[in-house]
Design a binder for this molecule. Structure first.
Ligand code: VG1
Ligand code: CO
Length: 543
């Protein structure tokens, strides 16, 4: 075994987006593409002597190839120890848990999360720092800058390591440990929830259907729910991790988890349904014939948190991404705690969590989490709901309806326009931004516009700022339309339009969301000329 150095030519498109670098698999398969990005990462990190790195992924196509490349490069970087999930598997929340519990200096997640997998799908890579959370923008930008002038790749020359059984190997001076991908994570969850209460729920015949969408959540859910919590076998469906996620789109929303929605609509529906995404950090919660909006889910969890052992001391504060509904703000006001509004992406929650300013946080995109790790966590959310149902005896639907009764309903929807030519999407945003001064004070949908701006965020802990994080049109009554371009897609651009309307009147809580939001859809079209710029007459996906 020896060190080798190879010349490299930069790829100029390696700027990480909302959550790491995501590209089509064939882009990652270009010789040197992954190596360059990893070298850029290692070049910006300090010396690795004596340090531990964690590596794992969601098991999608190219995961195993990527891990072998990374291990050979990590050895050249000089890590003392690299921890790898067996079979190269670590869900995003599990990786975060391993980093924190084992005192690692960071970790590499191989995942394109909710993006489709397989040879024709997407691949991705993300770096997490010592707190277990996604690297902040300053780090990802430094990696990008470095990637543009990479000239050398450093690796060791060695054969592939067997990843399929627990054990220890050496690559020159680096100790490679193949670890159980579930153990550390399971231990963290055991410390938060009342497992006896959840066990009792299943003993009383409670039925859950958890759809892990052929993705990495399966092994975690089976071990904990069917193994430890006594849920009957068959509770976890689509539980085998497949490299192509069965050809489906592992995004837990009503459009992609249609099979789950149908089961929860059936006459013999289970009591609760849930789904997790490609890397198991997202969750969708469904009651009998009742889909829970992610923003409402976050608010329900916050409202009842003190009934859960891990949160019985109360919440320090909460945080949501800007486009996420204000349901959580209303709960926070009642609890007398702070509610922070951050840009989209989990990386912005890390500092708030580290500083002890917030305990729970979430996003409208089916992401919820807490200070137990530094990533959103799909199975955590499912256990939180189960624990809540076990101690309150209420159903999913009644928990959400109580929230609405108390605070009004934040009717919410996201409209995505996918696959727009990038220059047209950019033109739409440019045009919209330049029109902003025009809207303030005008009456739209019968109400004056009180805010028309481009969201910018100053981190209260380190003062770093992030600008141009989404255009907001806010009406006097609090209704909002938000526009931003996705930072996780790999083909063309995706325009996301977020719509929120607060409805205090319980008699109107059952109006279909799209109907209640129609006036705001008209506002969106009026201010952004969506049809003109996208050439599309309707969104590709509405969630
Ligand atoms: C999307 C979501 C965002 C989420 C991100 C990563 O980003 O909107 O809320 O944090 O995906 O989630 P964007 O830029 O496409 O809107 V995951 O589970 O795909 O890592
Ligand atoms: Co994900």
């Amino acid at each position: 075994m020896s060190y080798i150095t190879r010349p490299a030519t930069p790829f100029l498109d390696q700027r990480p987006g909302t959550s790491g670098l995501r590209k089509r698999v064939d882009v990652f398969q270009q010789p040197g593409y992954l190596d360059n990005f990893v070298q850029a990462l290692f070049d910006v990190l300090p010396d690795a002597g004596g340090k531990t790195l964690v590596v794992g992924g969601d098991g999608r196509y190219f995961n195993r190839v990527a891990i072998q490349i990374i291990l050979r490069m990590a050895a050249a970087k000089g890590y003392a120890r690299v921890l790898v999930g067996r079979d190269g598997i670590l869900s995003t929340p599990a990786l975060s848990a391993v980093i924190r519990r084992r005192g690692a200096s960071g970790g590499i997640v191989l995942s394109a999360s909710h993006n489709p997998g397989g040879a024709d799908g997407d691949f991705g890579i993300k770096y997490n720092i010592a707190n277990g959370g996604p690297a902040p923008e300053a780090v990802t930008e430094a990696i990008y800058r470095r990637s543009r002038d990479i000239s050398m790749i450093h690796a060791v020359e060695a054969a592939d390591l067997p990843l399929d059984s627990l054990g220890t190997h050496h690559l020159l001076h680096t100790r490679i440990e193949i670890i159980d991908p579930v153990a550390d994570y399971a231990e963290v969850l055991r410390g938060l929830f009342d497992f006896d209460a959840i066990r009792g729920l299943f003993q009383r015949g409670f039925r859950l259907r958890l759809d892990t969408m052929w993705a990495v959540g399966g092994p975690y859910a089976r071990t904990l729910l069917e193994g430890e919590l006594g849920a009957p076998p068959g509770t976890v469906v689509h539980g085998q991790s497949l490299e192509d996620f069965g050809g489906l789109h592992p995004d837990p929303n009503p459009a992609n988890a249609i099979d789950l929605i149908e089961h929860l609509r059936a006459p013999d529906a289970p009591d609760m349904g849930a789904a997790t995404d490609g890397d198991a950090d997202r969750n969708m919660i469904v009651g009998r014939n009742f889909v829970v909006s992610p923003s409402d889910s976050l608010a329900v969890l916050a409202a009842h948190a003190t009934r859960i052992p891990g949160y019985k001391a109360g919440l320090a504060g909460v945080a949501r991404s800007m486009p996420t509904s204000t349901a959580i703000d209303r709960v926070a006001r009642k609890l007398g705690i702070a509610c922070y509004e951050t840009p989209t992406g989990w990386k912005y929650f890390g500092n708030l969590l580290d500083a002890g300013k917030v305990t729970l946080c979430g996003e409208e995109s089916y992401g919820t989490g807490s200070d137990h790790i530094r990533e959103k966590d799909g199975l955590w959310a499912v256990l939180f709901w189960l624990n809540l149902i076990a101690v309150t005896g209420e159903s999913v639907e009644s928990l959400v309806r109580s929230l609405w009764r108390e605070h009004g309903r934040c009717v919410y929807s996201r409209h995505d326009y996918e696959g727009i030519p990038t220059d047209q999407a950019d033109a739409l945003m440019r045009d919209l931004r330049s029109s902003l001064p025009r809207w303030k004070g005008q009456v739209l949908a019968g109400e004056p516009v009180i805010i028309a701006d481009d969201f910018s965020y100053t981190d209260p802990t380190d003062g770093s700022t992030s600008e141009r994080q989404g255009v907001r049109i806010v009406l006097q009554g609090g209704s909002r339309v938000v526009f931003r371009l996705s930072g996780t897609g790999t083909q063309g651009a995706t325009l996301r339009i977020y719509l929120e309307h607060h409805e205090p009147d319980p008699a109107r809580h059952d109006l279909p969301a799209q109907e209640a939001l129609a006036p705001l859809v008209a506002v969106a079209e009026h201010v952004a000329r969506v049809k003109h710029w996208t050439g599309m007459s309707a969104p590709s996906v509405m969630t």
